[in-house]
Design a protein around this ligand. Structure first.
Ligand SMILES: Nc1ncnc2c1ncn2[C@@H]1O[C@H](COP(=O)(O)OP(=O)(O)O)[C@@H](O)[C@H]1O
Ligand SMILES: [Mg+2]
Length: 255
C-alpha cells in the first residue's frame, strides 16, 4: 500500500482551558499545495507548530511518509524534510543576511547529499535569489524591512531542502507588488527543477494566509479552521462560498 505523504489524525492541543486545536484530521499528497485559512486565533499557527514538533499535541497522531512525528525533536523533523517559516521573525540580526541562510544549510540533510561546506555559500545564495534578496546578501539582517525579513524567512526554510514546506503568512507585511513576486516564487518553487542547486522536485506546501485572492491563485485545496476545528476542506472556489466559512470568517462581502 502506498504511504500517505502527510496524515494527521484526531490532533488536539490545549493551552490551559483553551482548546487551540480540536480533533483535527486531514491528509495530503506529495504534490499538493494546501491553503490553511480561518479567523485570528483559529489555531492555524498552533497546527504548524504541532507538525514541526515545536509543540506536543495532547492527543492524536501525525505521520509523514509513514513515520510517526510525535516526540521527535524539531531538528529531526527538519532532517526528515519538513521546514517552516514563522509569523514572528527572529533572524540573527547582527549577522550578514547570507550567514542567516547558511545556518539552514548546515544540517545532515544537506551534507548527506554530498554538499561540502564550501558549497554552502552558493546554496545559500540560491535560496536568497529565490526569495529575491540576493543583492543584499552581505548586509546585516538588522537592516531588512519587514517585507524583506519575510523573504529571508522563506529563504532560510527553502535552504533546508524541504519536501514539505509550511509557510505562516508569507504575504504578511508585503506590498501588493511584493506579494505578487512572492506568489510567483512560491509557484516556481513548487514546480521544482529549475531552481539552482536546491531542488529536483519542488516541495509540497501548507500555506497559512489571510490574503485569499492571492492564495487562491496558488493552492489546489483550502482547509478552513475555526475555533480549532476544520469546518471546510476542498477546492478553493467551493470553500470560499461554503456557508459556514462565509458566516464565521469571510463575512457577506466574500473574499
Ligand atoms: N503558547 C501559547 N500559550 C497560550 N495560548 C496560546 C499559545 N499559542 C496560541 N495560543 C492561543 O491558541 C489559540 C490559537 O492561536 P494560533 O494558533 O496562534 O491562531 P492563528 O494562527 O489561527 O491566529 C489562540 O486563542 C491563542 O491565543
Ligand atoms: Mg497565526
Amino acid at each position: 500500500m502506498e504511504q500517505t505523504f502527510l496524515e494527521l489524525r484526531g490532533l488536539s492541543k490545549d493551552f490551559g482551558g483553551l482548546r487551540a486545536v480540536n480533533n483535527v484530521s486531514f491528509s495530503m499528497n506529495r504534490n499538493e499545495i494546501v491553503g490553511l485559512i480561518g479567523p485570528n486565533g483559529a489555531g492555524k499557527t498552533t497546527l504548524v507548530r504541532l507538525i514541526t514538533s515545536i509543540l506536543k499535541p495532547d492527543s492524536g497522531s501525525i505521520r509523514f511518509k509513514g513515520q510517526n512525528l510525535i516526540g521527535l525533536k524539531t531538528w529531526d523533523i527538519i532532517n526528515l524534510g519538513i521546514a517552516c517559516t514563522f509569523q514572528n521573525m527572529r533572524p540573527f540580526r547582527r549577522l550578514p543576511i547570507i550567514a542567516n541562510v547558511m545556518v539552514s544549510c548546515l544540517g545532515p540533510r544537506a551534507m548527506k547529499r554530498g554538499e561540502w561546506v564550501k558549497r554552502i555559500e552558493a546554496k545559500a545564495m540560491d535560496a536568497l535569489e529565490f526569495a529575491g534578496i540576493s543583492d543584499m546578501a552581505l548586509e546585516k539582517a538588522s537592516t531588512l524591512s519587514q517585507g524583506d525579513l519575510k523573504r529571508l524567512e522563506v529563504a532560510r526554510a527553502v535552504a533546508t531542502d524541504p519536501e514539505l514546506l509550511l509557510l505562516d503568512e508569507p504575504f504578511g507585511g508585503l506590498s501588493p507588488a511584493e506579494t505578487d513576486l512572492m506568489a510567483k516564487s512560491i509557484k516556481r518553487l513548487h514546480k521544482g527543477g529549475r531552481f539552482g542547486r536546491l531542488h529536483s522536485e519542488g516541495p509540497a506546501m501548507i500555506i497559512i494566509e489571510h490574503k485569499l485572492q492571492q492564495l487562491m491563485k496558488i493552492v489546489d485545496r483550502i482547509i478552513v479552521l475555526n475555533y480549532g476545528e476544520i469546518i471546510a476542506d476542498g477546492a478553493p472556489e467551493e470553500v470560499v462560498t461554503n456557508k459556514e466559512v462565509v458566516d464565521s470568517y469571510l463575512g457577506k462581502g466574500g473574499i
